[in-house]
Design a protein around this ligand. Sequence first.
Ligand code: PA5
Length: 468
Amino acid sequence: MAGELLKYSAEAALKLLPAGRLALLKDGLLAARDEALNDVELWQSGGAIPEAKQPLDAGFIQWPEELLADLRANKDTSLVGRLEACAARLQAAADSLVVLGIGGSYMGMRAMFEALRTPFHNEMTRAQRNGTPRLYFEGWNVDSDQQKVLLNLLDQRAAANPNSVDGRTALIVISKSGGTLETAVAFRTFRELVERHHGQDAQSLIVPITGEAGRLRSLSNAAGYKDVFSIPDGIGGRFSVLTAVGLLPAAAAGFNIRALLQGAADMTEHFRTAPYESNVVLQYVAVGHAFEQDAGMTCRILSTWGSKLEAAGLWYDQLLSESLGKHERGATPLTVVNTRDLHSRGQQHQEGRRDKLITNLLPGAPQQIPVTVPQHHLDQDKLNQLAGTTMPRILQAAIDGTNQAYADDRRPTADLVLPTINEHALGQLFQMLMLATVVEGRLVGTNPYGQPGVEAYKKNMQANLGLK
Ligand code: PA5
């Protein structure tokens, strides 16, 4: 293991359940873990998948371990080696990188970008960015103004720097099905820009990541792009963050994708081997399930503290909603950022309907030298008494104060604590939440894979446009 494991503690919440409540769920959860792990073998066996199990996208579970083994055995020619080489090529070739994708095809990378980079990354010089490109996300909506502003910006950059890397834009276009309209339309518009400015170089500036078949795959074959990466068959969109989908843009942004994979592999190993009582995945599912069953707490609030983990929460919102929101069941996830949202949702969480389990997602040690409150000769705000106090200390006071206020009103809170925010911790977090989602699905008899409900809007949208 290359770093500390994240911690989960539900001590405060458990005071609100009868003693021994989680022990009653032990057999069911161990069976759900076995089922989730057996699904990997079932899928790998290549045999017929029983109808009740379809679709089965369990490939994400052992995938990080497989990629690391491939890296050890095949080094530069391994998938990780090839992704890193492609990322280095994109970094050297272009100063703007646009990642096109929607849902599971971009939310994981967005989570990593917001967690590991400053919000001002794109405002920094290339040297300050250590030669990594400016990064933009598109194709995740149908917003003409927003897209136009970015297209114009990239156009202007190309016109102002015709012969330098500063003017060049690269594209990573991601769609597993290859047919998602939002992404496909954005790919047309951004492809046109890259081809217009960079001519033949577009072949190497555009990197598609897609399934083995589909429209994007056919288009990529026809265009002859230098690099095209595959999303494996047995890994669904929202479980694909640790495939090329998240790894290529992450490597291009300068993240350590080996540490990311190691974090995920460490979590899988913990999930497989740790006893029920100390298994963070199983305990996390047990607590959520117990409060849903016993107290009708169907809202799962992921309360992120500080500003870096909001997109990780949004990634999880999508994972839980699409995986378990089926058959008129499934908890409703909601990510909040505190202390920001204490001033918008805090009232409801403190005194509203008792349908909420709150899990604090705590970021661990700060990475920069902490800000401290300065002394000032004008003390009308009475803050000289805090002079020298660090911002993390103020945040901790808010966390403790909020938890205390919830506990005093018998509102359950639990903590998910990252050792710090780095690639290893994020790899663990992604894998933990994906495993937890699958285990909960198996526990309650909902197939966590697939999202049949999303087809209805797609079909209607295509019909409205007269598309075939
Ligand atoms: O989890 C999923 O499968 C979805 O959220 C997809 O990622 C999303 O709909 C995008 O699909 P695609 O990658 O096929 O464009």
